[in-house]
Design a protein around this ligand. Structure first.
Ligand SMILES: [Mn+2]
Length: 471
């Protein structure tokens, strides 16, 4: 393994391999012989992308076009059997996806159902989608990629994925990603017993065959059955028994669904439970047991992005169904090796250091000798007036004034640098890059308790759960 050069012997991460500088040749990206000939070598591609290897535009375009052709053939409601791993929201956290795949099992041995929200928030949406496509191309019947509410123009424009694709490629590539999202199926039946989708059920849904009548090859509508399947949420346990459906105020679209309509739909279609993602959970999952703590859950929420947005400190999990048994696999976050704190670019990261050093250099040049400018009470006004006979003395005073302001600037830069990592972290959570108001004044939240941190993150991030208004 070729490692990054370390001429000063001070590299922090010594085991960091050299990122590939050339795209993967076609002969390595695609299997060349046997039954797999012509299919993407997804393990090779995954390893290459893990090292932050670059892909040419035509390689991305080919994967997307083949993906669109493959996904377009599927029904709106796909059927898949067990043993199976069910994966919730990933949100561009590619290193966590790879870690999960290692933990949960090779797709050649076990089926996979992904519940959507592959992109936005995290910065590796492209890697997540392309790797999942490459896996599905190898096992088209054993891997299902459902569409989440973030797989849409509306969401990717308001969050980060559109920018991610346009920065790395162009608008044409972005439009192909959108065509791919339009072709993703919207729900699944697992093992004939579980009804899976990204969001939840809809007041418009009574029979499952209604789903296959939807025209899914379009942007997710603002209301109706298609919208609800990707956007609705289950009610909080305390109120789930009281109401059927109520408006989903947190999302500003779709509904919250309660126990009665859920039970009715499950009973009528001979199903056990609803499996869905869409909501971050501190343990990576939630069992919505609306008949009491010992009962079988009506709904299971699965969330598979650990330490969501780098701030929630939540665990992630996947649900495994094998021989009729349900089990959960939990995992923590994996650090991307090539990233500066909070995905800062090298300029934003280093400018505070640079300014601090330059100012401190200036301070020492101007200061001359050993006197501390803060100790003297300098009358700058008098110094600036400067009569001719006092000229020499006044020049010294002016100089001292300058030294003192540089000293102040120096301290400001130090504070700025110390605070900038924390502030950037919080800034990354809001899609428009704006800081939540009031937070700057409070400074760094000195919270160590994970639950408190989780609840704080959820509260600050609430605005991002809403459906963005049309521009
Ligand atoms: Mn979602």
């Amino acid at each position: 393994m070729e490692l990054l050069p370390d001429p000063c012997k001070d590299r922090m991460v010594k085991a960091c391999p050299l990122p590939p500088h050339k795209p993967l040749p076609e002969t390595l990206m695609y299997h060349q012989k046997g039954d797999e000939k012509g299919k993407p070598d997804w393990k090779m591609l995954k390893e290459f992308l893990l090292k932050e290897g670059p892909m040419r535009k035509d390689q991305v375009v080919k994967l997307l076009k083949d993906g669109i052709a493959m996904l377009s053939k599927e029904a709106n409601l796909v059927k898949i059997g067990e043993p199976i791993v069910i994966v919730g929201d990933l949100h561009g956290q590619f290193y966590d996806l790879v870690h999960m795949l290692e933990k949960a099992g090779d797709p050649q041995d076990i089926n996979y159902l992904f519940l959507g929200d592959y992109v936005d928030r995290g910065i590796y949406g492209l890697e997540v989608v392309l790797t999942l496509l490459a896996i599905k191309m190898n096992y088209p019947k054993n891997v299902v990629l459902l569409r989440g509410n973030h797989e849409s123009r509306n969401m990717t424009e308001n969050f980060t994925f559109r920018e991610e694709v346009i920065t790395r490629y162009d608008i044409e590539t972005y439009n192909l990603f959108m065509d791919l999202f339009d072709s993703m199926p919207i729900s699944a039946i697992v093992d004939g017993k579980y009804f899976a989708m990204h969001g939840g059920i809809s007041p418009e849904l009574s029979k499952l065959d209604q789903i296959d009548k939807i025209n899914r090859f379009q942007e997710v509508p603002l209301d109706g059955l298609f919208c609800d399947l990707l956007w609705s949420d289950p009610m909080a346990d305390e109120i789930a028994n009281a109401k059927d459906y109520i408006d989903n105020e947190e999302r500003e679209c779709s509904f919250l669904f309660g126990k009665k309509p859920t039970k009715k739909l499950l009973d009528q279609n001979n199903l056990m439970s609803i499996l869905r993602g869409h909501q971050v959970q501190i343990e990576g999952y939630k069992m919505h047991r609306w008949d009491g703590p010992a009962s079988f859950p009506y709904v299971i929420t699965i969330f598979s992005a650990p330490n969501y947005c780098g701030y929630y400190e939540n665990k992630a999990s996947v649900l495994i169904i094998d021989k009729g048994n349900l089990s959960l696999k939990q995992y923590d976050e994996s650090e991307p090796p090539y990233r500066l704190p909070d995905n800062m670019d090298v300029f934003s990261w280093s400018i505070p250091f640079l300014s601090e050093k330059v100012v401190s250099l200036l301070y020492h040049i101007v200061k001359k000798g050993g006197d501390d400018p803060d100790e003297d009470d300098i009358d700058i006004g008098k110094a600036l007036k400067g009569g001719t006979e006092e000229n020499k003395q006044n020049r010294t005073l002016v100089m001292k004034g300058k030294v003192r302001s540089i000293g102040r600037m120096n301290r400001m830069f130090t504070t700025l640098r110390e605070q900038s990592e924390v502030l950037l972290q919080i800034k990354n959570m809001s899609p428009d890059g704006k800081l939540p108001r009031g937070l700057l004044l409070e400074g760094k939240p000195a919270i160590k308790n994970a639950l408190k941190q989780f609840n704080l993150a959820k509260e600050l991030d609430k605005i991002n759960e809403k459906r963005p208004r049309k521009k």
